[in-house]
Design a protein around this ligand. Structure first.
Ligand code: ATP
Length: 306
């Protein structure tokens, strides 16, 4: 797959303050890419620069090979943007909002109807098109924003926290639309999120902290590198279990009523379990979570206040 977003040695300073410090990464065409980081890490600065809103200090940022600093109009034609704060006009209908966007993008009048039909079908809002935006639920508004972000048929869609503030069911729906766009339309999705379980659905993740990219890989590879599986074991005779764990050199922590045991060396663990068949009363193996990855890499939790 070819890279559709290429960022090389990008630095952004606000006065003397370095907000983004010499970062480089690429995003493959047709992939879903998550950009994560704690507060103030440099996410918005990077997205806004990619979307031609901010000027870079140095480096090269290309979308479909077009330079975001010198080919702004071409880049804008290639991207759709859905930011956190709604910019829909709540006094207008869904249809009117979309039409206004078509004017903004100089979409030929004879194509407007077909495009509206296409994007509203994608987000399941075709039958609601005459409704006033002000009367819609938060989830529906977000879907209108996604439809609007797509009406000029961009190759890349930027979504800044597309599901923040929505209930779990609506979040799941928004994700259905996002993955549909990727699968059926080969649209590249570049998103930020605070929800770790959402980051795990993405093809690639870059974690930015203090203006630097500190990790960039698939969720699977990051989990493999930065987390350990753990076994939670209850035993009748704890001293007996403890002696065997020590003998087999399995790291463990004694908690109230159970043992938390390193489950990376599965053969050693199985050996202990088979020897302790009559002693063990309960066992559960837990995989590392993406939250563990984030904490391991950044030393912080991602903010959950959203
Ligand atoms: N206009 C500005 N002038 C000075 N400093 C700024 C400006 N905009 C952002 N910064 C600083 O640059 C750093 C990166 O900010 P940025 O908004 O890109 O982070 P972020 O990762 O998007 O954070 P958040 O998750 O809180 O939105 C922060 O320390 C911020 O205070």
């Amino acid at each position: 797959m070819r890279p559709i977003i290429e960022v090389k040695n990008f630095t952004k300073k606000y006065g003397d303050f370095i907000a983004v410090d010499d970062i480089s990464f690429t995003v493959e065409e047709g992939s879903v890419f998550a950009f994560l980081g704690p507060n103030g890490a440099g996410k918005s600065t990077t997205i806004n620069t990619l979307c031609t809103i901010f000027e870079k200090t140095s480096g090269t940022l290309l979308i479909e090979g077009k330079d975001v600093s010198t080919q702004k109009d071409e880049v804008r034609a290639s991207i759709g943007v859905v930011f956190q704060d709604s910019t829909l006009d709540s006094k207008m209908t869904i249809e009117e909002n979309l039409k206004m966007h078509c004017v903004f993008y100089n979409i030929p009048k004879n194509e407007v109807e077909e495009r509206m039909h296409f994007v509203l079908t994608l987000v399941d809002l075709l039958n609601e098109r005459k409704k006033l935006v002000g009367a819609l639920s938060g989830g529906m508004k977000r879907r209108v924003e996604i439809a609007r972000g797509l009406i000029h048929y961009p190759k890349v869609l930027f979504l800044d926290e597309p599901t923040t503030g929505l209930d779990p069911q609506t979040r799941a729906h928004i994700w259905e639309y996002i993955l549909k766009l990727q699968k059926e339309r080969n649209i590249t999705i570049f998103l930020t999120t605070h929800y770790m379980e959402e980051a795990e659905i993405c093809n690639k993740i870059a974690i930015i902290d203090g203006g630097k990219i500190v990790a960039h890989d698939t969720p699977y590879a990051l989990k493999k590198e930065f987390t350990k599986d753990k076994a939670y074991i209850n035993a009748k005779n704890e001293a007996e279990l403890e002696t065997l764990l020590e003998k087999h050199k399995l790291e463990f922590v004694k908690k109230k009523g159970y043992y938390k045991v390193d489950a990376e060396n599965i053969h050693q663990l199985l050996q202990v379990l088979s020897l302790q068949k009559d002693n063990i009363t309960d066992i559960e193996i837990k995989k590392g979570t993406f939250n563990d990855v984030f904490i391991e890499i950044t030393g912080k939790t991602i903010r959950e206040d959203a």
